[in-house]
Design a protein. Sequence first.
Length: 278
Amino acid sequence: MSLSFIDTHAHLDGEEFRDDLDAVIKRAHEAGVDAVFVPSINTSSLTTVPEVCHRHAGFCFPMMGLQPEEVGKNWRDVLTMMKQSFDENLLLPENSPLRYIAVGECGLDFYWSREFESEQLLAFEEQVKWSVEYKLPLMIHCRKAQNEMLRILKAYEKELPGGVFHCFTGNQKEAEAFLRFDKFCLGIGGVSTFKSSHLREDLPASVPLNRIVLETDSPYMAPVPYRGQRNESAFIGQVLHTLAESYGISDEEMAEVTNENVCRVFPVYAHFKANCKL
């Protein structure tokens, strides 16, 4: 049985893939990747993300949002442009593979600095409101800002359609706090394969299988045995195999369950897959 799985977070529009994107996509196909979700991070993404997703329509699916490390004094202007892009995107046919499937990458990041803390908080809350308005899931980036993030989400908990806590590397207590938002999943990537990672023990102890999706965060954080190299979607099988071993199930079952989770959390993608004729 050939495996098929989904990479829910890969920056394939980045400069790192400029020279060989077609080859990267080909390797992903050959490795069993069925789809890749491409997040936006800043104003450049308004062009680069749709371009990549148009070039590889039906395989790459776009998200739109302002990544917290990109938030500055001009955040309102950036979000105005992104909001306009959302409104224009809604005019595309319902079955278009170019419809935005999520709001993101958005969130909070105080790891290096709190210089733009107030701006980050306001920008994130605005994008949470978009999630409610457009009924699209959130793709959330959070570092050293868990309490602030959860406080904002709590205010919209009953209205939120769901989403993914991207690049989860926390402990059991943090997982439980995140999963109190019952329409959200944890995005698990290459860190789970690192020798020093506690995820292989903590996830089975605290996270049900129906609350996990796979991701690479390419070109960052390549899994073992590719650690230190440029990450790409073709490597996601290493993450899947590591998680399957940790949960004591087959790779096939892990692929099936995580694909089901993706379709539940990302209804625009699920609708396209159910009706596509590509």
